[in-house]
Design a protein around this ligand. Structure first.
Ligand code: AMP
Length: 215
C-alpha cells in the first residue's frame, strides 16, 4: 500500500507514520527527517537545507523530488511506503505522480491528518523530540520517564529549532499557501481520506487501519 500523510505541521503525521511503520513494516519516508539527518552529518544537502528549514521555508522542489524518487527506488519500497511531509506543493505532487507512473506504480490513498489549527499550534510549540532517534514527546501530554532522556534510546530530548513560536507561524503560512491546495488535488483523484489528528494516537491509527484495510 502506497500512502501519503498530509496535514498541517504538528498534526501528527510523523507519530502516526512511525506507528504504522512499526506495526506493518512499511518504510516511513519523512523528508523532514532526511533533511535533519543530513544537517546533523553536515553533508552538502544538509548545508543547503538548513537555511530553509530554520526559517520554515520549503527546500527547493528539484532537490526534494530527487531525494524522494531515489528513496522510492530502494528494494524496501516495492510492497509499499508511507510518505510523511512530501509532497508539500503541486509541483512535488506532479513530480511524484510522474515518477511513480514511469514505474507502473501509483498512490493508493492520501490520509489528511485534520484538526483545529489553534490546538495543533499549541501542541506543536510543546513538542520535543529525541535528538538521536526522533521519537516525539510533549511537555504536557507525552513526557519521558526521565526528564530530558529518550525512553527509546537514551538520547537527549530537545526542541526543534523550527518548533519555536515564530518559525511555527511561518510554517503554517507556507502550509496554507502551498500545501493546502493538495487537498483538492487529491480529492479530484478520489484518493483523499481524513482522520482526526487530535484524537488519541491509538484511535487515529485505528482510523487509518479502517481506511486502508491494513490489519
Ligand atoms: P517536517 O519535519 O516535515 O515538518 O519538515 C521540516 C522542514 O523540512 C520543513 O519546514 C521544510 O523546511 C523542510 N521540508 C520537509 N519536507 C519538505 C518538502 N517536501 N519540500 C520542501 N521542504 C521540506
Amino acid at each position: 500500500m502506497n500512502i501519503i500523510m498530509l496535514g498541517v505541521p504538528g498534526a501528527g503525521k510523523g507519530t502516526i507514520s512511525k506507528e504504522l511503520h512499526e506495526k506493518y513494516n512499511l518504510p516511513h519516508i519523512s523528508t523532514g527527517d532526511i533533511f535533519r539527518e543530513n544537517i546533523k552529518n553536515n553533508t552538502e544537502l544538509g548545508k543547503l537545507a538548513k537555511s530553509y528549514i530554520d526559517t520554515g521555508k520549503l527546500v527547493p522542489d528539484d532537490v526534494t523530488i530527487n531525494i524522494v524518487v531515489d528513496r522510492l527506488k530502494r528494494e524496501d519500497c516495492k510492497d509499499g511506503f508511507i510518505l510523511d511531509g512530501f509532497p508539500r506543493n503541486i509541483i512535488q505532487a506532479d513530480g511524484l505522480k510522474k515518477a511513480l507512473s514511469a514505474n507502473n506504480k501509483k498512490i493508493d490513498v492520501v490520509i489528511l491528518v485534520d484538526g483545529d489549527v489553534d490546538k495543533i499550534i499549541k501542541r506543536l510549540s510543546g513538542r520535543r523530540v529525541c535528538e538521536k532517534c526522533g521519537t516525539p514527546y510533549h511537555i504536557e501530554t507525552l513526557r519521558p520517564k526521565v526528564d530530558g532522556v529518550c525512553d527509546t534510546c537514551g538520547g537527549k530530548i530537545i526542541q526543534r529549532k523550527d518548533d519555536s513560536e515564530e518559525v511555527i507561524l511561518d510554517r503554517i503560512n507556507v502550509y496554507n499557501e502551498q500545501t493546502k491546495p493538495l487537498i483538492d488535488y487529491y480529492k479530484k483523484d478520489n484518493l483523499l481520506k481524513s482522520v482526526d489528528g487530535l484524537a488519541k494516537i491509538e484511535d487515529v491509527v485505528k482510523q487509518v487501519e479502517d481506511i486502508t484495510g491494513l490489519r
